[in-house]
Design a binder for this molecule. Structure first.
Ligand code: SAM
Length: 281
């Protein structure tokens, strides 16, 4: 079959994938949702034209967004995941035995329904007595909480549509308030290769609310630019102070104790980007 899906990254850049089959295509109340079976990456979730997750490379993103913060906090009992309706971040979070409650706040119930139907290996953690799902806007949910969570993970889509406010300084201030006095959070913060216009602004917003702020990177082949960033904001614990020799093997495919430290080593153009003056959103 010679059918191609392209993701429009920039006006002059499109990334194309050969499609085996279109499994689902609908307009939800929030976004356009497509599930594709692609030749190279298998089943793939696409929201508003942007690839969110594929069965082939999802482990990279989900392990890195979950295990770096969860091993930085010494006792992450109560965890909030914002976005992440595919369930991959929740699945990784549940590997930590000390986590007693995971609250998933996803704005779009149709994403969770599609994950359950087409991505059982990613959404497997969503049916678990430790997991509580809230179908509401993460911005509103966080604004109403105070000193409630040990770790918050912002597993959002790109800063367009319903996710725009998840990248703003006001949201990060509310995240800080929703965390306990020694809490920490992490957010996916787009690519330094392609999103260099917004990345310093996101970083500036996080710095305004957290004393310890560290960016780390992973290579995610299906995200535009491949090089993907995550930013960790913490009130007390420094991810670089973690004794990596004490990290147990929870069956990782990407994350390793060595990588926990190495991921924070930034190429010069990225650290220069973060030093550039920027107004938060
Ligand atoms: N790993 C992904 C990426 O970087 O492309 C993110 C995956 S996850 C599917 C993103 C989820 O965030 C989507 O399901 C979307 O519905 C949800 N979302 C967007 N804005 C939101 C908001 N304001 N509150 C809660 N969830 C939101």
């Amino acid at each position: 079959m010679n059918v191609w899906f392209y993701e429009e990254h920039k006006e002059n850049l499109r990334i194309s994938y050969r499609v085996k089959k279109v499994l689902a295509h609908k307009k939800t109340s929030y976004q356009e949702l497509v599930v594709l079976d692609m030749e190279n990456y298998g089943r793939t979730l696409v929201l508003d034209g942007a690839v969110q997750t594929t069965v082939r490379d999802e482990f990279i993103y989900h392990e890195m967004i979950a295990h770096v913060p969860l091993f930085t906090h010494p006792n992450p009992e109560k965890v909030l995941v914002i976005g992440g309706g595919d369930g991959g971040t929740v699945r990784e979070t549940l590997k930590h035995k000390e986590v007693k409650e995971v609250h998933l706040v996803e704005i779009d119930p149709e994403v969770v329904a599609a994950a359950r139907e087409y991505f059982p290996e990613i959404s497997s953690g969503l049916i678990n007595e430790r997991v509580h799902i809230h179908y509401t806007d993460g911005i509103k949910f966080v604004a109403e909480k105070e000193a409630a969570f040990d770790v918050i993970i912002v597993d959002s889509s790109d800063p367009v549509g319903p996710a725009v406010g998840l990248f703003g300084a006001e949201f990060y201030a509310n995240v800080a308030r929703a965390l306990k006095p020694d809490g920490l959070f992490v957010a996916q913060t787009e690519s330094p290769w392609g999103n260099e216009d917004i990345l310093p602004r996101i970083y500036a917003g996080i710095r305004a609310s957290f004393p310890i702020v560290r960016m780390y990177l992973a290579t995610v082949p299906t995200y535009p630019g491949w090089l993907w960033s995550f930013t960790l904001g913490s009130k007390k614990y420094d991810p670089l102070a973690v004794d990596v020799n004490r990290i147990p093997d929870l069956g990782f495919r990407y994350y390793t104790p060595e990588l926990h430290r190495a991921a924070f080593v930034l190429p010069r153009f990225v650290s220069q980007l973060l030093e550039s003056p920027a107004e938060p959103f």
